[in-house]
Design a protein around this ligand. Sequence first.
Ligand code: DLL
Length: 432
Amino acid sequence: MIWNPNKECMSRDEMRQLQGKRLNKLVNYVYHNVPFYRNKMQAMDISPEDIQSIDDIVKLPFTTKQDLRDNYPYGLQAAPPSEIVRVHASSGTTGNPTIVGYTRKDLAVWSEVMSRALTAYGVTRDDTFSVSYGYGLFTGGLGVHYGVENLGATVIPTSTGNTEKHIRLIRDLKISGIACTPSYALYLAETLDKMGLSKNDINLKVGAFGAEPWTENMRSEIQERLGLRGFNIYGLSEIMGPGVSYECQEQNGSHICEDHFYPEIINPETLEQLPLGEQGELVFTTLTKEGMPLLRYRTKDLCSLMADECACGRTSVRMGRIMGRSDDMLIIRGINVFPSQVESVILEIPEFEPQYMLVVDRINNLDTLQVQVEVRKDFFSDDIGRMLALKKRLSDKLKSVLSISADVKLMEPNSIERSQGKSKRVIDKRNI
Ligand code: DLL
């Protein structure tokens, strides 16, 4: 099923025309309502008339998280305060939070794109759907919530916390869909186990997982343990929240709601636009947003775009999995390491739980990487020979994938802290 075939299956030509028209309108709007953009455009000697088609987008300035921080709280807002009906904020670990205001129309667009996503996963009005992203300033909870309502399914706003009660609800209300972070999905699976229940006692069919990077191996793990099919959902608060892109039944990249969010991939160093298929930093322009529209917002997320036809019938450009964020990338002894690479390796070895932590340090001027990983209950033993062999198996695999050696530390079952929201997998002591 396709929620909005008019938009999701538009011909490429028509889509580009629509994007051009919307970009032209957007540039006029921000030029006249956001001094930040007017100043930037004037400094670059461009005016709204220079932007006629979507190809002209390369003439426009970029926007960064730092720009949002510098203009905290409402400096980049284009709509007057009386038009803003909701505000979300993304925390970030340092500096001012990013404040995002939505108009009534922005919220309608958000529900629309979320309904597209849920429909692509196979969710219908007959489903009962639990939203287990945090409700509050984080966009996950309310964003998915209104999408489920807009679609007409029944929403159960479980949020996070109280996982045992949640599992009882999943069982008793025959909840068929769930949205949460992949790490919370694992935590649910563990709790199910602890309660003496299994996937056969519940009726979950669909999971909408996102808000943090996850790998194919993680998908198989969660699917196996919860007995559902897991789909990717991507988004970021600055652009909207969840629903910027979503997987379909083909699960070959995530379809971008391109009529609202125009994607580009750039080389993060030269800032040049890269051709389709190449890996680089993802950049979005919000084509229809009223509250806080952004021109060429640099997400720092690294991925590639695909435009070949998808068997599902949707024509939109798709994005591959997020490899990581450019600011998550660890440089260890000069070599680039993404936590997701380590995750993939760990999940290929059945003796390990998908629970791990990377500890990076600098000892005697040399970077060190320690990979702490939990051994599964049924494999954990005091047979030292067995444990050493397991440790060596992981070290060798990591070495061949990462090209640097890592010190593997085997951990007891349940010793690494579980996360209900976005998980933290790296401790970089070099920055402390
Ligand atoms: O995480 C919005 C969201 C909520 C998306 C629920 C999906 C589901 P922020 O807190 O602003 O917004 O964080 C955005 O999270 O730039 C990515 O680095 C990361 N991220 C989000 N979805 C995915 C995903 C929400 N599916 C940042 N895969 C983004 C990998 C993701 N990373």
